[in-house]
Design a protein around this ligand. Structure first.
Ligand code: NAI
Length: 374
């Protein structure tokens, strides 16, 4: 059966490409985008949102796009797959403002995220080459969900930056690893411990990387906010260590519960949509910058604006030698504008002296692994 295409010929389109859109995360994330994204458009906006859904699984992607297309929001959904007779991935990526990538294999019980690298690195490298070829690297924002994020983001950044199309594009400032599920888990687990007594979900920054002991949930922020947040007394030694461990290895709970049928998909789609929604707000002009969003990014270049005073010192004092790190960022239309290194000053001694050194050591190996595959 030929691919069904519902492309609209409209000039002002905000185009979101989802690569791996027929998978567990891809389908749920596409559902959230299709059902909610148009509500983020300004009331008087003439823009139209288009969802370009790509997957190597032809039947699944054609079915997913057709199914979503019956939802009554003004967003077009188009299926794309290799040799679809309609341009395949080239057509999917053409003019995309944002590319979200949940393509790749998920974990099975007993596997770590690093065990996925053999298969997923090939996928990410190939998709990176396609993005370099078919996207406008001077504007596209690339959001990587596939694991292991710690290694695949360096691989994606290098693939894009080494492409002949990257000259003067500053693409490194617009490639982000999505670690937001760790923040969602940190917030959830604290509320569970508190029996959901407060109606305010606490924001817990999570820095470092996105696997095991590279994940550093900064629960010490609760100390500063405890007096008025209702989350006091959660940072006693034993309680805090259990909380940290649960955030670091929370993904395993889902892998075990699914018993061989994959890893987190629904909660990841929720986390991915929360990030995507902020990018939509940015791209349609609702906000000038996304503020304080934790994502895993390269720290090597100076991005687009002046470096904040003291940043070099903070970076070399706390995270020297790390080329990639998840840390609060300010992001504008051209990508990362500011890395909020000042969070490092606010870590307490447990975070700084116990969690950070372990994180940095593991992260270095993960990054080297990703770069070795370029
Ligand atoms: P899934 O197996 O359900 O879906 C993956 C999809 O990718 C499949 O539809 C497959 O056909 C497609 N695919 C494979 N190769 C492709 C290619 N070359 N181009 C396009 N599509 C391709 O897996 P699931 O559960 O959706 O997980 C996807 C990835 O996300 C995994 O690597 C998983 O480890 C990762 N993940 C990341 C999280 C994070 O916090 N960043 C959280 C949970 C999972």
């Amino acid at each position: 059966m030929p691919a069904v295409s519902y492309d609209v010929q409209q000039r002002d389109i905000l185009k979101i490409a989802v690569l791996g859109a027929a998978g567990g995360i891809g389908q749920s994330l596409s559902l959230l985008l299709k059902s909610n994204a148009s509500f983020l458009l300004p009331r008087d906006s003439s823009r139209h949102i288009s969802l370009a859904l790509y997957d190597v699984n032809k039947d699944a992607i054609v079915g997913t796009a057709a199914d979503l297309s019956h939802i009554d929001t003004p967003i077009t959904t188009t299926p794309h797959y290799p040799n679809d007779g309609n341009g395949g991935i080239a057509r999917c990526l053409q003019d995309a403002d944002m590319v979200i990538i949940p393509a790749g294999v998920p974990r099975k019980p007993g596997m770590s995220r690093d065990d996925l690298i053999g298969v997923n690195a090939k996928i990410i490298k190939s998709l990176g080459n396609d993005i370099a070829e078919y996207c406008d690297l001077s504007k596209v924002h690339v959001l990587v969900i596939s694991n292991p994020v710690n290694s695949l983001v360096p691989l994606m950044v290098s693939t894009l930056a080494n492409s002949p199309h990257s000259a003067n594009t500053n693409i490194e400032a617009r490639v982000y690893g999505i670690t937001h599920l760790d923040l969602v888990r940190a917030s959830t687990f604290v509320q569970q411990l508190n029996s959901f007594k407060s109606n305010n979900a606490p924001d817990i920054p999570v820095i470092g990387g996105h696997s095991g002991d590279t994940i550093i949930p900064v629960f010490s922020v609760l100390n500063h906010r405890a007096s008025n947040s209702g989350y006091a007394n959660l940072l006693d030694n034993g309680v805090r260590q259990k909380l940290v461990h649960r955030v670091q290895y929370g993904g395993d709970e889902i892998v075990q519960a699914k018993n061989g049928n994959g890893s987190a998909t629904l909660s990841m789609a929720y986390a991915g949509f929360k990030i995507a929604a902020q990018f939509i707000d940015l791209l349609v002009g609702n906000i000038r910058t996304i503020e304080n969003i934790c994502m895993y990014v390269p720290l090597t270049n100076r991005y687009n604006t002046e470096i904040a005073p003291g940043s070099d010192e903070l970076r070399s004092k706390y995270i020297n030698g790390t080329l990639y790190f998840s840390i609060p960022l300010s992001i504008g239309i051209n990508g990362i504008e500011r890395v909020h290194y000042e969070i490092m000053e606010h870590l307490d001694s447990y975070e700084r002296e116990t969690l950070l050194p372990i994180c940095l050591e593991t992260l270095k190996g993960n990054i080297d692994k990703g770069l070795s595959l370029v």
